[in-house]
Design a protein around this ligand. Structure first.
Ligand SMILES: [Zn+2]
Length: 496
C-alpha cells in the first residue's frame, strides 16, 4: 500500500480538524437534527479557509506538513475558542504559538505521525461517531395510537385560526404568586382584544416536545414519558413540524396551513402548505458558532439564539397580517421561544448580559422575560381580526424538567404548578361551544370543532404526564391545586 504524500496528508488533516466539532455535534444530537445542511456547510467553510491558508503558505518556504499542522491546530482553537480552559486571549494565543513552534520543529516522520493522528482522531473517529450514534438511536419515542386523520368540512363560523405557543410561561396566577410578575398589562391587552384568559391554564405534559405534540394531536401522546426527553424524537418533530391532527383536519376543510419555524431543533417544518423559515441564527447554528472565536460577539449582540429567533417569528407574524380576514381560510402556527432561559432580555426585549447568580435565576430576570413576552403577545394579537380564532398557550410550566424526576412522595403542589400550570388565552366566536376545561389541548379541540365538522378524540384534560408515568401525578390533583392556587390570591381581578 502506497503511503499518502505529505500534501495529501496535509489536506486530510486540515479537513479533519475543520469537521471534528460539527460532526461530533451532529453525533450527539443524531436524529434530532432533521437537516444537517448548516453542520456540513460550517465544516466545509472552515476547511476552505484552512486550505486557502495552506495554499498561501505553500507559496513561501514553509514545509507542507509544518504549515498544515499549524493551520489544523489554529482552526481547532478558533472553533472552540470559548470552551478553552484559558479564556484570556493572550494566554490562548501564546499556547497556540508555543504548540505551533514545537510542531514545526520536530522531524518529518513525527510530523507525519501527528498529521495521521489528527486524521484518525478528528476525522475518521468523528465520521464513525455520526454513523454509530445514528444506528444506536434509530428507535423513535413510542407514541400512543394517534387519532385517525378523517376529512372534515368547514362550518364557516371561523375564517382563520392562529395558534401561538410561548415557552415556559406559567399561569398568570402562578406568575404573580411565585415571581411577583405584574400581570395587569397582558390581562388588559388580552381582555381588550376579546380574549378569555383563565387565571390558571394547564398543559398535560411537562416537557416541550411532548406538550407541543399533544396540543397538535389534542390529547396526550404518551402515557409514560421517556426519562430522557432528548432521546430520538423524530416522530415528535414531524408532529410539531406540521404533520398533525389539527393541521390535517383544518387542511381537509380548506384551510391553508402556514407553519412558522421556531429555530428550535424540533421546530422545523415537516408537512405544510407554506413553510416560513426561522432566523439563520437558530439552535443549531448557535450551538456551533457560539463556542468559536466569534462567540463573544454573538453573545454580546444577541444574548442567545432564542432572542433573534423570537424576533424573527414575531416579524413573520406581522408580515402575515394580510392572510387574516382575506376571505380565505388560513391556519397559522407559530412557536415563540419566550420566556425561555438563558434569561438575557430585559422587559422591553433588549439583550442584557446573563445574570451571574450561579445556577439560581433571580426572580427579577424571570419577570423581565415575562414582561418582554407580554409585549410580544400584545403586538401579535393585533395582526388578527374578529374572524380569527386565536389560541395563545404556553407549552408547559415555568420548570419543564427537574422536579418531576424526583419521587412522587416528595412532590408539592408547587412542583406540579411549576411544571403544568401555563399561560392560556383564547378568542372564539360567540357561537362556538366554549372549551369544557382550561387545558390547552381542550381549547385546541374547541377551536377545531367550531371551525369544522370534526369530533375531537376523548380527552378530559385531566391527565397530567410528567417525565415518568402519569400515575405519578394522579388525575384529580390538578383541580385541587387550582383551588389551592386560587385561594392564595385575589382571583377576582383575573379575567375569566
Ligand atoms: Zn418548552
Amino acid at each position: 500500500m502506497t503511503k499518502p504524500s505529505d500534501t495529501t496528508l496535509s489536506y486530510l488533516a486540515i479537513g479533519s480538524a475543520s469537521f471534528y466539532l460539527p460532526l461530533t455535534f451532529w453525533a450527539s444530537n443524531a436524529w434530532d437534527i432533521g437537516n444537517p445542511t448548516f453542520i456540513l456547510l460550517y465544516g466545509t467553510g472552515v476547511s476552505l479557509v484552512g486550505m486557502a491558508a495552506f495554499w498561501l503558505l505553500s507559496k513561501t518556504r514553509a514545509r507542507d506538513l509544518s504549515a498544515a499542522l499549524s493551520i489544523s491546530l489554529s482552526l481547532m482553537v478558533l472553533m472552540s475558542w470559548q470552551r478553552l480552559p484559558l479564556r484570556q486571549t493572550v494566554l490562548s494565543l501564546l499556547l497556540l504559538a508555543a504548540t505551533v513552534f514545537i510542531v514545526v520543529r520536530v522531524g518529518p516522520s513525527i510530523q507525519r505521525g501527528i498529521a495521521a493522528a489528527i486524521v484518525l482522531l478528528f476525522g475518521v473517529a468523528a465520521v464513525a461517531q455520526v454513523t454509530i450514534s445514528h444506528a444506536l438511536e434509530a428507535a423513535e419515542i413510542p407514541l400512543l395510537a394517534l387519532t385517525a386523520r378523517e376529512p372534515a368540512d368547514a362550518t364557516e363560523v371561523i375564517e382563520d385560526v392562529l395558534v401561538v405557543v410561548v415557552d415556559s410561561y406559567p399561569s398568570l396566577a402562578w406568575a404573580n404568586q411565585r415571581f411577583g410578575h405584574d400581570t395587569s398589562f397582558i390581562e388588559l391587552s388580552l381582555e381588550d382584544a376579546g380574549f378569555t384568559t383563565p387565571a390558571v391554564g394547564w398543559s398535560q405534559h411537562s416537557n416541550t416536545s411532548f406538550s407541543v405534540s399533544a396540543l397538535m394531536e389534542m390529547k396526550p401522546i404518551v402515557d409514560a414519558a421517556s426519562d430522557d426527553p432528548w432521546s430520538n424524537s423524530r416522530n415528535l418533530g414531524s408532529i410539531i413540524g406540521g404533520e398533525n391532527l389539527v393541521a390535517s383536519t383544518l387542511r381537509s376543510a380548506g384551510f391553508q396551513q402556514i407553519q412558522i419555524e421556531s429555530g428550535w431543533h424540533l421546530g422545523q417544518c415537516s408537512r405544510t402548505d407554506v413553510c416560513i423559515e426561522a432566523s439563520w441564527l437558530n439552535e443549531t447554528t448557535w450551538s456551533l458558532l457560539e463556542p468559536s472565536v466569534i462567540g463573544g460577539w454573538l453573545e454580546a449582540e444577541y444574548g442567545s439564539w432564542i432572542v433573534p429567533a423570537s424576533k424573527s417569528v414575531e416579524a413573520r407574524l406581522h408580515e402575515l397580517r394580510p392572510v387574516f380576514g382575506n376571505g380565505e381560510h388560513d391556519y397559522v402556527f407559530a412557536h415563540v421561544m419566550l420566556p425561555h432561559g438563558p434569561y438575557v432580555v430585559d422587559s422591553t426585549c433588549n439583550t442584557v448580559p446573563p445574570h451571574t447568580n450561579g445556577n439560581t435565576v433571580p426572580d427579577s430576570a424571570i419577570r423581565s422575560q415575562l414582561s418582554c413576552t407580554d409585549l410580544v403577545l400584545s403586538r401579535i394579537i393585533e395582526v388578527t381580526n374578529e374572524t380569527t380564532a386565536v389560541l395563545i398557550t404556553s407549552d408547559h410550566g415555568v420548570k419543564s424538567t427537574g422536579q418531576l424526576q424526583k419521587s412522587p412522595d416528595s412532590w408539592t403542589k408547587e412542583d406540579i404548578a411549576d411544571a403544568f400550570t401555563i399561560l392560556l388565552s383564547y378568542r372564539l366566536p360567540e357561537s362556538c361551544d366554549p372549551p369544557g376545561y382550561n387545558t390547552n389541548t381542550i381549547v385546541m379541540s374547541a377551536i377545531v370543532e367550531c371551525a369544522t365538522t370534526f369530533d375531537a378524540p376523548f380527552n378530559d384534560g385531566d391527565l397530567l404526564i410528567g417525565l415518568r408515568h402519569h400515575s405519578w401525578i394522579g388525575p384529580l390533583s390538578q383541580r385541587e391545586i387550582e383551588l389551592g392556587l386560587a385561594s392564595g390570591r385575589s382571583m377576582g381581578e383575573v379575567n375569566g
